[in-house]
Structure formats: structure tokens, C-alpha cells
Design a protein around this ligand. Structure first.
Ligand code: AMP
Length: 395
């Protein structure tokens, strides 16, 4: 796996795919700069080598060149974070971009305009990719969030740098973290899968059964498993058409010696509302008119013991409707257990959408080993797919 350390960037122009797709408010101010901060180590390393950086990214989903999606809005923020002047050019290919790139001196940073102002970006167009490739000497991909897309800047452009391409620091860390869970992690390995639907996690569950020793199934997903086994789940969310599949998953898990843990008790609410009446009930005896919205205390005790036994932990998906304060205890409890296991030396990776939001919201970000920056890319990695952006560098 080629990384920044395989190159000396002195007097070289690095063409770096970053993920600066950051949220902006109505005044076009960056409201969460995590993604820019995450890209900083790669940029700093190249500048310190004596190279220069040409940064390319998309922002939002523009239809053609729409000023509200211009990356010029974030120049000041990028400059503040990097601590060096950031030049900006109003296109990512063509004469202006080529001139700006050619004029760039060692130690300087240039930000290109939004790649998605050209429809060729998402189409993975070869000619457009070649135009991009003219701007730099070495291609660096540091954008995990788009690594599952075969777009021009994430994948196709790599073809034009057969020997001069590598992963940036952030992307290399993402790949290593996933490898730890999927291949090289110390046993026992645990996956916690929560969230709303079984249907969105089937491929992950099936892929992961070969890699883990323990599997915790929590959140809304668990009710399909409980009902399939004959439990009464009241009004809890359930995918009836996935019940056979749920039973099949349990069978596969048994055959593969994976211990599956499903909540034994739940917080049941009489409405899907933060101030609903609640009661703690066994998960397979939820009264009609009530729905399971969070893991109960007995379940959390069991999960705590499982988590503390494990040396490698993957967490994807909340254990309850954590967006409502009254139903966040399960997710917070699990976060505390994983934090404790991490403190004791386990490796913990949190990834994929809502669990990342939960971890940030409840302050666990610094208490787990790694929080992935890519939602869809993370999920596809867990499904066992080789991401095109990663394959393009490995080829
Ligand atoms: P996912 O995107 O599949 O990870 O699902 C995340 C969503 O699942 C969050 O918005 C949670 O509110 C929701 N969720 C978790 N547990 C439950 C539950 N018991 N009932 C309904 N929704 C749930």
C-alpha cells in the first residue's frame, strides 16, 4: 500500500483529492470543519517536504456552476486551519487552472473550484480526468468519503499516474482501521450493529459473520429478529418480509460459532415522542400499543460484559432512538462500555452514519480508537466491497 512516506515531495506538485464537502450556513460560513481539519496532516507533510499542494474537492450537489456551491466560500476557513495562504482558481480544469497550477511554488497551496461544476466528474470521464492529471506530478487520494465512487477525481485520474500515486494520511488510517476489524484485529472481535432497518445492513451482517466472534444486534433492527422467533413486539418497527432472513442469519451465525446477542429487555413507549409514557419490558413481551425505542437496563449489563471481553470492536448504528433524549440511554450506555474497553486496550472503530453522529453528540469521539469519516464508503467496506478509489491506487 503506497502512502505519502513512499515519496519525497520536494519540488513536486501534489494533486490531492480531499473531501471538503462541508456544511455551510446561509452566510456561507463553514459550520463543521472536521473534514478540513482531517485533511491537514497530509497537506502539512507535503509542504514540509518542500512540495506544493493542489487541492480538489466537490461541495454539495450543484447542477452546473452554481455560485452557492463554490469552494471559494471556504478559502478563509481552509487558510485558518492550515495556517498558510490558500490561493483559489475559479475552475478545476482548463487554462486558468493549468496556469495557477504551473505558477505554484514549493510551500504553496492552491484550491480548485468545485469538481462537480463539470458533469464529467461524476461520470468518471476520461478526458476530464486527463485534464485534471495535467495539474500535478503525484496524485494523492485522501478522501475516504468519496472512495466508493468511481468518479474522475477519486478513481479515473489515478490511471494517469501509474507510478506516482498514493494514499494520504487520512485515507491510509481509514483503510488500516477497517483492516483491523475485518482481518488483523486481536480476538475476540465484536460487531455491534444497530439502527433502524435490517434491510440496510443485511450484506454487512452476512459479510461480517466470517470475521467476528460476537455480534450484538440492537436498535430497531432487533425487533425483526424477535418477532421471527415468535416474540410479541407490539408496535415496534419490524420488516415482516425480512423475518425468514433474520432466522437464516441466526442459523448461519450458529454454524460459524458467532455468539449473537439481542436485547433481552427494552424501554417501551406508548408514542414515538420524547415525552411518551414508558415502561421497561421483556423484548418478546411488548404490549399492544407500545413500541420498543431503546435497550433496557438488563440488556445493557449483558452488552457491557460482552464489550469488555472483546479486543476489537466495530460499532455501527445506535441502540435506540437516540435523537430523543429519553431514548438515548442505551446508546450512551454502550458508548460508555466501548470507551472503557478502549481504555483497557481494545481497538474500537465507529463508522457509518448515525453512530458517528451519536458518538460526537455524546462526547465519545476521543474515547474510541477511530471514528470513520465516510458514511457510505464505510458501509460498503464492511460489506466486503473493494472501493474503486482504493483499488485505483493499489493497481
Ligand atoms: P441507521 O441509519 O440504519 O443506522 O438507523 C439509525 C436510526 O435508527 C436512528 O435515527 C434511530 O433513531 C433509529 N432507531 C434506533 N432504534 C430504533 C427503534 N427501536 N425504533 C425506531 N427507530 C430506531
Amino acid at each position: 500500500m503506497k502512502t505519502l512516506n513512499d515519496f519525497n515531495f520536494k519540488n513536486k506538485k501534489a494533486l490531492i483529492r480531499v473531501d471538503f464537502n462541508v456544511p455551510l450556513n446561509e452566510k456561507f460560513e463553514v459550520t463543521d470543519n472536521t473534514r478540513i481539519v482531517s485533511a491537514k496532516p497530509t497537506i502539512v507533510k507535503i509542504l514540509e517536504d518542500g512540495g506544493s499542494c493542489i487541492l480538489m474537492s466537490h461541495l454539495g450537489r450543484p447542477k452546473g456552476a452554481q455560485d452557492e456551491f463554490s469552494l471559494r466560500h471556504i478559502v478563509d476557513e481552509v487558510q485558518d486551519i492550515l495556517g498558510v495562504e490558500v490561493k483559489f482558481v475559479n475552475d478545476c480544469v482548463g487554462e486558468n487552472a493549468e496556469k495557477a497550477a504551473a505558477d505554484l511554488q514549493p510551500g504553496e497551496v492552491l484550491l480548485l473550484e468545485n469538481l462537480r461544476f463539470h458533469k464529467e466528474e461524476e461520470a468518471g470521464d476520461k478526458v476530464f480526468s486527463e485534464q485534471l492529471s495535467k495539474l500535478g506530478d503525484i496524485y494523492v487520494n485522501d478522501a475516504f468519503g468519496t472512495a466508493h465512487r468511481a468518479h474522475a477525481s477519486t478513481t479515473i485520474v489515478a490511471d494517469f499516474f501509474p507510478n506516482n500515486k498514493c494514499f494520504g494520511i487520512l485515507l491510509a488510517k481509514e483503510i488500516e482501521s477497517i483492516e483491523k476489524v475485518m482481518k488483523t484485529g486481536e480476538k475476540p472481535v465484536l460487531a455491534v450493529l444497530g439502527g433502524a432497518k435490517v434491510s440496510s445492513k443485511i450484506t454487512i451482517i452476512e459479510n461480517i459473520l466470517d470475521k467476528v466472534d460476537h455480534l450484538i444486534i440492537g436498535g430497531g433492527m432487533s425487533f425483526t429478529f424477535v418477532k421471527a422467533q415468535g416474540g410479541k413486539i407490539g408496535n415496534s418497527i419490524c420488516e415482516d418480509d425480512k423475518m425468514d432472513l433474520a432466522l437464516d442469519i441466526l442459523k448461519q451465525a450458529k454454524a460459524k460459532n458467532v455468539q449473537v446477542h439481542i436485547p433481552v429487555d427494552v424501554v417501551a413507549a406508548d408514542a414515538f415522542s420524547n415525552d411518551a409514557n414508558t415502561q421497561i419490558v421483556d423484548i418478546d413481551k411488548i404490549p399492544d400499543g407500545w413500541e420498543g425505542v431503546d435497550a433496557g437496563p438488563k440488556s445493557l449489563e449483558i452488552f457491557h460484559e460482552v464489550v469488555l471481553q472483546c479486543k476489537t470492536i466495530l460499532w455501527n448504528g445506535p441502540l435506540g432512538v437516540f435523537e430523543m433524549e429519553s431514548f438515548a440511554k442505551g446508546t450512551i450506555g454502550l458508548g460508555n462500555s466501548i470507551a472503557e474497553a478502549t481504555k483497557n486496550g481494545a481497538f474500537s472503530l465507529v463508522g457509518g452514519g448515525d453512530s458517528v453522529a451519536a458518538v460526537k453528540q455524546f462526547g465519545f469521539e476521543d474515547k474510541v480508537s477511530y471514528v470513520s469519516t465516510g458514511g457510505g464508503a464505510m458501509l460498503e467496506s464492511l460489506e466486503g466491497k473493494t472501493l474503486p478509489g482504493i483499488a485505483a491506487i493499489l493497481e
